[in-house]
Design a protein around this ligand. Sequence first.
Ligand code: UD1
Ligand code: CA
Length: 453
Amino acid sequence: MSLDIVILAAGQGTRMRSSLPKVLHPVAGKPMLGHVIGTGRQLSPQGIHVVIGHGADEVRERLAADDLNFVLQSEQLGTGHAVAQALPALSAERVLILYGDVPLIEVETLRRLLEKVGPEQIALLTVDLNDPTGYGRIIRDENGVVKAIVEHKDATPAQRQICEGNTGILAVPGKRLADWLGRLSNDNAQGEYYLTDVIAMAVQDGLVVATEQPDDAMEVQGANDRIQLADLERHYQQRAARRLMAQGVTLRDPSRFDVRGEVTVGRDVLIDINVILEGRVVIEEGVEIGPNCVIKNSILRKGAVVRANSHLEGAEMGEGSDCGPFARLRPGTILEAKAHVGNFVELKNARMGAGAKAGHLSYLGDAEIGARTNIGAGTITCNYDGANKHRTVLGEDVFIGSNSALVAPVTLGKGATTGAGSTITADVPADSLAVGRARQRNIEGWKRPKKQP
Ligand code: UD1
Ligand code: CA
């Protein structure tokens, strides 16, 4: 059966106290609405229709994609009115309603819900709450058959005792929707067109209302303020941490670990505290990541070791290579197998061949470094002339003396050596020594100046 998804995202979110539209506030580094869209896509719908209003331009701009149909609701007259704005674009047999500020809904829960919707049946996601204040209440008859939803503000004291709340998420037969929405009235406590009134209409039309519940109440929790947003963030992170642990990762402390993207892991990975993984990160078997590391869009091959306080972005670490503590691997860094990068070393757009070493205090940018080459402490590739970037190419088994400045473009052949403190401005042939510094002079009996009396 075909499916259309409507995501409501037009509300203002006053309690966020923010100039950013509510649905763009991030959970795990991604707008809440982005999470909902991503989950919706997993159901392979024929259309995803996002109803926008407050901050419409910004929302559209941030999340634009070929498979999304943005629908403007210029005045927020209620959830029923919001869905009605999308009606002209709906044609599927089933319509699923989701919310841009309810980001943790799980695709499995939605699949269970969708199994219950049919031409003569509505499927409603409900949740049992300790404190249902503010929620619409599910009204059932003495046989437990759902008859209606009554909003909190319209409910009688007796109805307010009901703890089964409406999550707002529901799936309805598409061809009935236009008729029901057309009959909604705003004659209620809030003067709004309630989507929830559709339930009583469906019952009147002889349809059955089937209900389903999420495994975890946080799945249907919305974020109305930054406190709820932080709760959702923590919950998301706990879930992400558990998933990784189930795949064979040891997290020294799952409550001090954050994923803001997609992570693929192998077995026996060890991650110490306060590590942040962002974007797409691949971590192969046996990798160790020390405390306080940020790793973004990077690949860590088998057995690689990232020591404490390192920052990686767009880097690839080869098998058994290591970096840090305090290493910075910037985009385009490739460490081949067993390469070693030590403390206070920055690499950008640089490849270190197998077993090459840069142990201390260096900047290596736009560089090709051959296998087993050793970069002495304080070496700098002078890759920028103020206008253009140039490459430094070092062959295999090169030895760069400490505090060398390699002025690019420059090439050093296999087995070349530079004397410490050299400024290398010309190519160095293979197997030769380049010394590019003033020769030392000793002045014997030199008298230091004395302070004037
Ligand atoms: C709604 C439900 C209530 C349910 C609760 C769960 C209705 C009438 N009530 O109440 O039964 O228990 O959610 O949180 O549906 N929105 C629009 N356009 C509008 C109005 C709302 O896009 O004109 C969006 C809002 O941005 C929000 C969502 O719909 O994301 C829910 O709207 P809100 O006004 O918060 O509904 P509730 O009063 O919480
Ligand atoms: Ca709400």
